[in-house]
Design a protein around this ligand. Structure first.
Ligand code: NDP
Ligand code: 2IT
Length: 449
């Protein structure tokens, strides 16, 4: 980046930071996009004259609300709920709900901002949004989770709808929570509509939606490797997290002939050099989705190594799939991965690599698939669920999987179109410019919105 462009990025960021000083993750996400876009904007003054980037960085609407509920002991608990309706230029707001004690406005704004670009890349008509609460589902009974979800939806229901805003899952929100949320929406509104995605199969859900983020991420990495005449087959992969995204990443890597050797949770990681095969993955799914236990139990059961309090990036690998949370790969971790010969990174999580870590990957010119491209398969399949709900019919597993695969190839193609730098592809730039053009043109055509 030239000095001139860098000064313009800093001037833009100074304004964003001054407006909302405490929102570090939001600043990080906006800076990454602004760095990718600044030269493109200079060459396309129509976007600058219409202040599209300034508008995109400002949510259309932010909702914050009280969520009171009663725990099993009869004690009253109060959480804070949020929905960020970021941009609806190309479709209804769409994006997940996160239930985690760290949730705050800045984190949800970063996620909503990323979602706008990601959803545009999917080729489907979906705007961007994100929401959630600082509620911690860990250690709560099913009844407590239900009472919380019902209270959360008692307020959220007045702001959402199948043509307005369609939430889904994210960290801490899976099939169980979507069920409680949907039940409450239906009861209050007296409507059976596709207002949430990630629903159960008997009440409007889509086949492949649970698998979609992980499968899509592996499809995307396979595309990146194929572009170099390589493939996942025979590759050693490290995966972080052990939730929805991580589980189906392992499943698809196994199907394509690779080997995953790590999984983690917020306590530590397991290293199983023999590989997490289908039977071991089944154990992980039961452990995490039913018993809701800790990943350490895997090491106890299969007699492999467990490393407390650390992330798996010190383990030598060909491909890394960060699939837990934001900023889980530091600059040091990125350097370690590159030094150990990592050829490709597929970001299953949203913004799992720190700003400096991303620079390390870009400077080393490995295949680096940023979250808004690599993990877009989840929301894309949510878009397919919305489509099936509108038609009041459902597609087979094979049909949805084929559409998902086609969408991931289309996203990869958009990254190539916008991210080529000589004979290397900057996927970060490609995804940011590709997503931006679609939303920006829609905003230009719709006037001052
Ligand atoms: P889950 O709640 O199913 O799993 C989250 C996993 O990440 C758990 O293993 C959890 O461990 C771990 N984790 C969460 N927070 C932290 C933390 N602060 N430090 C270390 N580990 C942590 O969530 P998902 O799998 O759905 O989401 C994972 C990531 O993928 C998120 O970044 C999410 O935004 C992103 N994503 C999800 C999509 C989806 O469709 N679900 C779509 C696109 C992106 P523990 O149990 O100990 O908390
Ligand atoms: O970050 C994401 O893309 C998601 N959590 C999925 C959103 C969705 O609407 O399916």
């Amino acid at each position: 980046m030239s000095k001139d462009v860098s000064a313009k990025v800093n001037a833009f960021m100074d304004k964003v930071i001054k407006k909302d000083p405490g929102e570090a993750e939001f600043h990080q996400a906006v800076r990454e996009v602004t760095e990718s876009l600044m030269s493109f904007l200079e060459e396309n003054p129509k976007y600058q004259e219409a202040k599209i980037l300034e508008r995109i960085a400002e949510p259309e609407r932010v909702l914050m609300f009280r969520v009171p509920w009663m725990d099993d002991k009869g004690e009253i608990q109060i959480n804070r709920g949020y929905r960020i309706e970021m941009n609806s230029a190309i479709g209804p707001y769409k994006g997940g709900l996160r239930f985690h004690p760290t949730v705050n406005l800045g984190i949800l704004k970063f996620l909503a901002f990323e979602q706008v670009f990601k959803n545009a890349l999917t080729t489907l008509p979906m705007g961007g949004g994100k929401g959630g609460a600082d509620f911690d589902p860990k250690g709560k009974s099913d009844n407590e989770v239900m009472r919380f979800c019902q209270s959360f939806m008692a307020e959220l229901q007045r702001h959402i709808g199948p043509d307005t805003d369609v939430p889904a899952g994210d960290i801490g929100v899976g099939g169980r929570e979507i069920g409680f949320l949907f039940g409450q929406y239906r009861r209050i509104r007296n409507e059976f509509t596709g207002v949430l995605t990630g629903k159960g199969l008997t009440w409007g859900g889509s086949l492949i939606r649970p698998e979609a983020t992980g499968y899509g991420c592996v499809y995307f990495v396979e595309e990146m490797l194929n572009s170099k005449g390589d493939s996942i087959k025979g590759k050693i992969c490290t995966v972080s997290g052990s939730g929805n995204v991580a589980q189906y990443t392992v499943e698809k890597v196994n199907q394509l002939g690779g080997k995953c050797v790590t999984l983690s949770d917020s306590s530590g990681y397991i290293y199983d050099p023999a590989g997490i095969n289908a039977e071991k993955l089944e154990f992980v799914m039961e452990l995490k989705n039913v018993r809701r236990g800790r990943i350490k139990e895997y090491a106890d059961k299969y007699g492999c190594k467990y490393v407390d309090g650390r992330c798996p990036w010190e383990v030598k690998c060909d491909v890394a799939f960060p699939s837990a949370t934001q900023n889980e790969i530091s600059e040091e971790d990125a350097k370690t991965l590159v030094k150990n010969g990592c050829k490709a990174v597929g970001e299953g999580a949203n913004m799992p690599t720190t700003f400096k870590g991303t620079q390390v990957f870009l400077n080393s010119k490995i295949l680096f698939g940023p979250g808004k491209a690599a993990n877009a398969g989840g929301v894309a399949t949510s878009g397919l669920e919305m489509c099936q709900n509108s038609m009041r019919m459902s597609w087979t597993r094979e049909e949805v999987d084929a559409k998902l695969h086609g969408i991931m190839k289309a996203i990869h193609k958009q990254c190539l179109q916008n991210g080529r730098e000589g004979n290397w592809v900057n996927y970060v730039k490609g995804a940011n410019i590709g997503g931006f053009i679609k939303v920006a043109d829609a905003m230009l055509e719709q006037g001052l919105v």
